[in-house]
Design a protein around this ligand. Structure first.
Ligand SMILES: Cc1cc2nc3c(=O)[nH]c(=O)nc-3n(C[C@H](O)[C@H](O)[C@H](O)COP(=O)(O)O)c2cc1C
Ligand SMILES: [Mn+2]
Length: 477
């Protein structure tokens, strides 16, 4: 396994030539974002900005933008193909590993309260020129506890600085922390919150993953890491964060007090939704490591870091979800990173009955993983779901538009710009079941060897074997 924590991961990245240290002075205002736009376009390395204007704290961006760096994060050989990573991830999360509570840890090396609390102390970029402010929380973990069940939940939610001691947070509807916050609102009590920045990448992956309700993401981070995560208790709340976090911002989200948050360049590749009053985190305590490293991500055009993490998270967990519910016939799922994996999925199905594909899409759309997914394509198992032209070929040759399924007034992403802003999180959804039909209109036919559809053009196995045997003779390398 690779060495743990953000620092261990950085060392692994550096050992594999996947990290570039930038020593030139860069401006947190717009310049870092523009540099990352170019780095992402070039599929370049992770960048450690060592000289951010006005700061002495280094800034890490783009740690997980490529499948190679995700493999390194999971302690796999860097060249492991995506489909093997997905399979491995799916198997690891079947073996949850409880965290270990420790009495203290490096994240407590410095502790600040009162007038010493200053969110501007960190090299937070103003990522996109049109953003509403400086986003200190872009790739981190937000920890809350359900007041009803005591379940602790960790997730990524964007965090914008309002002033030295307050920041705004975006809990999308349907997210676990949004539901937990609504319970505090009902009780009329402020919600304790912890924002941990600079984490082992498995913590980030687990926080962004669609595990079901009542799952503690730190248990799943342990499963992904294949070892127990060390946690420490926060100074001001009954919340637990990774002991080796670089920074922990502790606070409370008051009830009834909201401040304008956004806009922000978001995962669909556009500016995100309305500027609306959203919950505010009042900072009570900040702890951090000595010689801390700050981390963020340049959100925006797919495929970037969010999309690569989400591609692996969703593709693994949706597949596992089908196994958990005993759903027959699923051969794999792809949430293509470059298409925005929050919005669409392709399911590979060994079809057993008419309507099987639609059932599969419904199970996915009803799960936590499908919270924002609006388009699902289902294909037979002979189609390569990672080859989008092959998927389109299936749609073109096995599907008729009259079989499309469109539903209205469903839950979707507020950030999807294809619908009026006023719709908020409401969306239409579409399922294209491009598997061969099995209805009475498509009876098995003798001329097709008893199939309901014409055979795919491919020489018989016997003929192919004979040709392959003679391959050297042909002199075609
Ligand atoms: C980089 C990144 C940024 C994200 N930003 C937000 C956000 O601002 N608000 C939000 O509700 N979800 C955001 N998400 C998605 C959630 O983290 C994800 O859906 C997660 O599963 C939610 O946690 P939960 O399953 O415990 O509800 C983001 C994900 C990533 C990878
Ligand atoms: Mn959760």
């Amino acid at each position: 396994m690779r060495p743990g924590g953000l620092r261990g991961f950085l060392k692994s990245l550096e050992d594999h030539g996947e990290l570039k240290r930038v020593k030139a002075e860069v401006d947190w205002r717009h310049e870092v974002g523009a540099i990352m736009h170019e780095v992402n376009r070039q599929k370049g390395p992770a960048i450690l900005f060592e000289n951010v204007k006005g700061h002495h704290i280094p800034l890490l961006v783009g740690a997980l933008t490529t499948i190679k760096r995700i493999a390194i994060a999971l302690g796999l050989p860097p060249e492991t193909p995506a489909r093997e990573i997905i399979q491995e991830y799916k198997e690891r999360v079947k073996r949850p590993i409880d965290p270990t509570i420790v009495s203290s840890g490096p994240c407590k090396e410095k502790i600040y309260y009162g007038k010493d609390l200053n969110l501007y102390a960190f090299p937070t970029p103003w990522w996109h020129e049109l953003d509403g402010g400086r986003y200190i929380g872009t790739l981190h973990s937000v920890v809350c506890r359900d007041p009803e069940t005591n379940w602790q939940n960790a997730a990524i939610h964007r965090v914008m600085i309002h002033d030295r001691q307050a920041c705004g947070i975006y809990f999308a509807p349907g997210q676990h922390n949004a539901i937990i916050y609504s319970k505090y609102e009902q009780m009329g009590k402020p919600m304790p919150i912890a924002i941990a920045i600079g984490l082992d990448p498995v913590c980030l992956m687990a926080s962004a993953a669609g595990f079901p309700a009542y799952v503690n993401e730190w248990v799943m981070a342990g499963a992904l890491k294949k070892s127990s995560l060390e946690l420490v208790k926060c100074e001001t709340a009954d919340l637990y964060v990774p002991a080796d976090a670089e920074i922990v911002i502790e606070g409370e989200v008051p009830i009834g007090e909201k401040r304008d948050e956004g806009p922000f360049g978001e995962h669909p590749g556009y500016f995100g939704g309305f500027v609306v009053p959203r919950p505010v985190v009042k900072v009570k305590c900040i702890t951090h490591r000595e010689n801390l490293i700050f981390q963020g991500t340049y959100e925006g055009m797919p495929p970037n870091e969010d999309h690569m993490i989400t591609f692996v998270n969703h593709s693994s967990l949706a597949w596992k979800m089908f196994e958990d519910i005993g759903f027959i016939g699923i051969k794999g799922i792809n949430f293509p990173p470059g298409a925005d994996p929050w919005l669409s999925a392709i399911i590979s199905l060994e079809k057993r009955y008419e309507g099987h594909g639609i059932d599969a899409s419904r199970a996915l759309l009803a799960s936590k993983i499908g919270l924002f997914v609006k388009h699902v394509v289902v294909v037979d198992e002979d189609i390569d779901i990672f080859d989008l032209e092959n998927v389109l070929w299936a749609i073109n040759t096995r599907f008729q538009a009259r079989r499309i399924i469109i539903t209205h007034l469903e839950h979707g992403s507020m950030l999807d710009p294809s619908k009026p802003l006023e719709w908020g999180g409401v969306t239409d959804r579409m399922v294209i079941d491009a598997t061969w039909p099995m209805t009475h209109e498509f009876p098995p036919r003798a001329e097709w060897g008893g199939l309901r559809h014409p055979p795919t053009l491919k020489p018989s196995q016997d003929l192919l074997d004979r040709v392959r045997e003679r391959w050297k003779e042909y002199g075609i390398t």
